[in-house]
Design a binder for this molecule. Structure first.
Ligand SMILES: Nc1ncnc2c1ncn2[C@@H]1O[C@H](COP(=O)(O)OP(=O)(O)OP(=O)(O)O)[C@@H](O)[C@H]1O
Length: 366
């Protein structure tokens, strides 16, 4: 049976170093939950704590209501998939998948039935008698996944399962993993440092930095309203511009510096300051070329034609280089040296305090 996983003030120390300080997080039953963050932020450490391979130095980890801090790894009913597959080279596909069940003393007839079922789910039943060396990387990863889910675990843990595959296969396999997880409904914790992969597979994502969760949300929430500038720049591309936020008659206006001023909706500011410096996050696709000579003055530096869109690099008068994505037209590309004026789609702009720690902007009709 699939379970909820909750972390309450969980601490991990290696020697005297706290790599995870007091982490609190709740993962829902059946959810596909991803830990995402740069190398060394503590994703694998946290996953290994759930698996029971790492000790817990403080707080509690629960499966449903049961505290599992002291439960041995073999008693947690967990399925695991790693980057290096870790399948047995001397066993056939069927033998690999049956292994966990044989260890659990399941009857022969039951093993046959369960293995056949799972091989169908992961779509490798036609290779059931092959040895792993005669399978592609993607097929081997399917075997690893089959082996993890055949025992009907309460929790499925995956640590960078796709990083050994080439780019095309990664996309194919991430779709397969998402579909398989959906069909079996096991609570899944997935670790990756690849933000695009995280967005593609997850119900929710926790973005981590230095052992601390920066933002937990759906892929849309995290992309559209990142909690702070670290998250905004880690997820997709964005431009961070300087500006000021002014309150006039209960209405907020943003001024890009240098640039122009425009009204913003959905702003919540904890201070009563009427004018304050802010940081503005504008994704490349949220710039609009202004036709009336007002806006943020920029000079085109270079362009990359990507088919449907053209990506430009341009310099502001301050020297700050920004990225702009514009739908390609059949006309000419903007040439290096061309001066254009930019405005931003204000509904999609994120307004942060001066430190970039707090997002003042509210939800976008999610
Ligand atoms: N056994 C250990 N002893 C001491 N420090 C460790 C140990 N394992 C990990 N660390 C440290 O803990 C921190 C978190 O490491 P962890 O492997 O969890 O990061 P990660 O986010 O999974 O990184 P990556 O994406 O590179 O795998 C790092 O600073 C790492 O150097």
């Amino acid at each position: 049976m699939s379970v909820t996983i909750s972390f309450q003030d969980v601490v991990k120390k290696y020697g005297d170093t706290k790599v995870i300080p007091e982490l609190t997080l709740n993962i829902k039953q059946g959810e596909f939950f991803t830990l995402l963050g740069p190398s060394g932020c503590g994703k694998t450490t946290l996953l290994r704590m759930v698996a029971g391979f790492n000790s817990v130095e403080g707080g509690e980890i629960r499966f449903n209501d049961r505290v599992i801090n002291q439960v041995a790894p073999g008693k947690r009913n967990i399925g695991m998939v790693f980057q290096n597959y870790a399948i047995f080279p001397h066993l056939t596909v069927k033998g690999n998948v049956a292994f966990g069940l044989e260890n659990r003393k399941v009857s022969k007839a039951d093993i046959e039935k369960k293995v056949a079922e799972v091989l169908k789910v992961v779509q490798i039943d036609q290779y059931k008698d092959r040895l792993p060396q005669n399978l592609s990387g993607g097929q081997q990863q399917r075997v690893a996944l089959a082996r993890a889910i055949v025992i009907r675990p309460d929790v499925l843990l995956m640590d960078e399962p796709l990083s050994n595959l080439d780019a095309k296969l990664r996309i194919e396999m991430r779709n397969a993993i998402k579909e398989i997880q959906n069909s079996v409904g096991i609570t899944t914790v997935y670790v990756t440092h690849d933000q695009e992969e995280a967005m593609a597979v997850s119900d929710r994502i926790a973005v981590m930095k230095s052992g601390i969760i920066q933002h937990v949300g759906t892929p849309q929430e995290i992309y559209q309203r990142p909690a702070n500038i670290f998250v905004a720049t880690f997820i997709g591309h964005t431009n961070i511009l300087e500006g000021t936020l002014t309150k006039v008659n209960n209405e907020y206006r943003v001024r890009f510096s240098p640039g122009y001023e425009e009204r913003v909706n959905n702003i919540k500011v904890p201070t009563s300051a009427e004018v304050q410096p802010v940081k503005l996050s504008v994704r490349p696709e949220e710039f609009i070329i202004s036709e009336d000579g007002t806006g943020i003055k920029t000079t085109i530096v270079s362009s990359i034609f990507l088919g449907q869109n053209t990506h430009y690099f341009a310099d502001l008068e301050t020297g700050l280089r920004v990225e702009i994505t514009i739908e390609s037209t059949t006309g000419n590309l903007l040439k290096p040296g061309s001066v254009i004026y930019l405005k931003a789609n204000m509904d999609k702009v994120n307004v942060y305090d001066e430190q970039g720690e707090m997002n003042y902007t509210g939800a976008i009709g999610l």
